[in-house]
Design a protein around this ligand. Structure first.
Ligand code: MG
Length: 705
């Protein structure tokens, strides 16, 4: 350490302080729930993001060496590979690795922040910015403990890129050429959608070069090596090209060729399809269509997931500001501070692509805000350190920086305290999935709504029809149909959809050589059974149709928590596929807050249930009910139900799930749906299904046909 300059020692000290601070704040959640067993599995906390189970499945399969064709396990993705590596070399359990990876990786963001500040010769600026950025509202939300997703490096890597670009432009040292290129290679490996930020940086450097520094050959070398790192070829080919060009860039005698290599690399970029993803995205924005219509064939109209995602809706300014800086005042201060900082140090203008991407939140959804966090943290930190400069003594200066830093950190720490997100599943649900793992074969399918797809695949090692990444209207339709239709047709659809899904994998493989059009499963079924109208095909499921050859077992996973989203699940099949017309919504009302006054149960929203006369009042209209059903579990967890038929010609049913404190008001279609019959009432056709796991949290059945 003696050889290190004072400056370097201070840099390392600040990095260590900021890193430990970031880690410590992320441990608040851990200690808040330390005694809470339902969040734990195998003695460790479970993760709290659904998508995390996707990367976890890939990592698990890499470690075990199990590869199945078409199981959708992401063994070739960077997140799974890095996780597998950590789990392999570190002495901790797999559960601990995926829980803590976001804590440590996301905290690395403090390193480039402090190194950037070092280039401005203002290390205090770096420390304050690093403290704020590492725990600011949205960055915390998306990189907290257990938030096991690519976000844990999605800001760290572009911040390193920004750092190396700033140092490259400032120092013109050769080593920053290769560091910049390597950062792009790693960033692209980690997050294939990184091209938009990389290209923005490229464009900005080009602009800077043409306006201010046209004669400097170094800038063209930087542009060349960046472009080669971004072309649309395999990572290892790009790495070889980058190394080759780096060698050329270091020899003075080759300088005259740099312009030719830059031109060639730009041509290569377009020729290799490097621009295609951006073009594809632009097209997506321009031709945004609510309904996705299959190409060719029957032109079926599916219900689109976009219609149910509210994230892209309008975002209030206060929420936007909070997410970026923790408080509206801090946000405004950050903007002013950044403008002032960029005025004093023009080099900081290279941070604009990150701010721009953050502001995309206004159109693209809240998840974008994290990109603006670190660069704007520089703004707030700069004003703080500038204000401190006016202090007469060193001591007062220190006090001012400390007090002002605490002020901007405070709202963010309060947010962390209050942000008590639950784990995706609870311990009892995971126990069910463990049981299922022992029963089901790897190649078997579990039919469940897409929210449970990744966790099911991770804990039970089975196949699923839909998941967090595969949930278009076309693939959701059959699953929605299975869950919300009567048992006899649902059972057939389950067998059909599983076998057709497997067949379509084979077709996809074949279509790479021959130009086969792949239709949605439901369209293919309609055609195979000789119909030209999908509605006719769906009606034919009520008859004795011949089902495809059974190649594997099928299970149904029906959790109690799906009750809350039942109306959304139904939407996807409550549509006339031929013309896109939505059908009338089923009656579905769920109440967990109700009051009984004598014989009247007030279910909220003006809905009253008259226990004595078996009548219900909805929208001021009183009608007789068809059935009143009460279900309960006794002390030994034995399920029982009592069905009272009140008025056979009526159409509204009431179910009181006493052990869950839940009332259901549903029409006849919902009452007869597979989900209500099998999950709520345990009323199943023994020719079609058999029980596998029956608990209050979830019920698992096996399909017999
Ligand atoms: Mg598997």
């Amino acid at each position: 350490m003696n050889n290190l300059t004072k400056d370097t020692k201070l840099t390392l000290l600040y990095i260590a302080v900021a890193f430990l601070f970031s880690v410590a704040i992320r441990m608040i959640w851990f200690y808040n729930f330390a005694e809470y067993e339902p969040f734990k599995f195998n003695g460790q906390f479970m993760i709290n993001t659904n998508d995390g189970y996707y990367w976890a499945e890939g990592a698990r399969d890499i470690l075990s060496g199990v590869t199945q064709k078409n199981d959708l396990s992401p063994i070739t993705t960077a997140a799974s590979q890095l996780t597998a590596l950590f789990a392999y070399i570190l002495p901790f359990s797999f559960e601990s690795v995926i829980l803590f990876m976001p804590v440590f990786l996301s905290s690395l963001v403090v390193v480039p922040i402090i190194l950037i500040a070092k280039s401005l010769e203002n290390l205090e600026l770096g420390l304050v910015a690093a403290l704020l950025a590492s725990i600011a509202w949205s960055y915390y939300n998306r990189t907290m403990i257990g938030y096991f997703d690519t976000d844990m490096l999605n800001i760290v890597l572009p911040m390193f890129l920004l750092w190396s670009i700033i140092w490259a432009v400032k120092t013109n040292e050769d080593k920053y050429l290769i560091i910049t290129a390597i950062d792009i290679l790693i960033y692209r490996w980690w997050y294939p959608q990184s091209y938009s930020l990389e290209l923005s940086f490229f464009g900005l450097i080009l602009l800077y070069t043409l306006i201010w520094d046209r004669k400097n050959i170094y800038n063209y070398k930087l542009l060349t090596i960046m472009m080669l790192a971004m072309i649309g070829l395999e990572g290892y080919i790009r790495a070889i090209l980058v190394l080759g060009v780096f060698y050329i860039c270091r020899q003075k005698q080759f300088d005259k060729y740099v312009y030719y290599i830059l031109s060639a690399s730009i041509v290569l970029f377009f020729a290799s399809g490097g621009f295609n993803p951006i073009w594809g995205q632009l097209k997506g924005y321009v031709f945004k269509d609510a309904l996705s219509i299959g190409e060719g064939g029957l032109k079926l109209h599916f219900y689109s997931v976009v219609q149910t995602v509210r994230e892209a809706g309008h975002i209030p300014f206060e929420m936007f500001a909070n997410r970026i800086s923790g408080h509206v005042v801090t946000f405004v201060v950050s903007i002013i501070g950044f403008i002032y900082l960029a005025y004093k140090h023009k080099i900081m203008l290279f941070g604009i692509p990150l701010i721009g991407l953050g502001f995309l939140a206004y159109v693209g959804g809240l998840r974008f805000t994290i990109y603006a966090v670190p660069v704007l943290a520089f703004g707030a930190a700069f004003l703080i350190t500038e204000a401190a400069r006016f202090m007469p003594s060193k001591r007062l200066k220190f006090l001012a920086v400390t007090a002002l830093s605490m002020a901007v950190l405070y709202p963010n720490i309060v947010h962390v305290q209050e942000y008590r997100v639950p784990t995706v599943f609870n311990a009892q649900e995971v126990e069910i999935l463990e049981t299922l793992k022992n029963r089901a074969d790897r190649e078997d399918y579990v039919v469940a709504w897409w929210d449970y797809g990744y966790p099911l695949r991770y804990y039970s090692d089975v196949k699923t029809l839909i998941d967090g990444g595969k949930h278009s209207g076309a693939v959701n339709f059959p699953v929605s149909f299975i869950l919300t239709n009567p048992q006899n047709v649902s059972a057939k659809m389950a067998r059909l959809d599983v076998e057709y899904t497997e067949k379509s994998f084979i077709k996809e493989e074949l279509s790479r050589d021959k130009n086969l059009t792949i239709f949605s499963n439901i369209e293919q079924m309609t055609k195979d059974y000789g119909f030209s109208d999908t509605n006719d095909f769906l009606l034919s499921l009520q008859t004795d149709i011949k089902l495809p050859q059974k190649t594997r077992d099928i299970y149904l996973y029906l959790p109690y928590r799906m009750l809350d989203i039942y109306p959304t699940v139904e939407m996807f099949s409550n549509i006339n596929l031929m013309d896109g017309e939505m059908k009338k919504r089923s009656l579905f009302y769920l109440s967990k807050m109700f009051k009984q006054e004598q014989n009247i149960v007030n279910l909220g929203q003006g809905i009253l249930f008259d226990l004595q006369n078996k009548k219900i009042t909805i929208n001021n209209q009183t009608v007789p009910i068809k059935r009143f059903v009460q279900t309960s579990y006794d002390k030994s967890m034995k399920f029982s139900k009592n069905v009272q038929m009140a008025n056979p010609t009526a159409s509204v049913n009431i179910i009181y799930m006493s052990s869950y404190n839940t009332f259901l008001v549903i029409d006849e279609k919902t009452y007869n749906s597979l989900y209500v019959q099998l999950m709520v009432l345990e009323e199943y056709d023994k020719n079609l299904f058999e029980e596998v796991v029956m608990t209050p949290h979830a019920k698992v059945y096996k399909l017999k046909i």
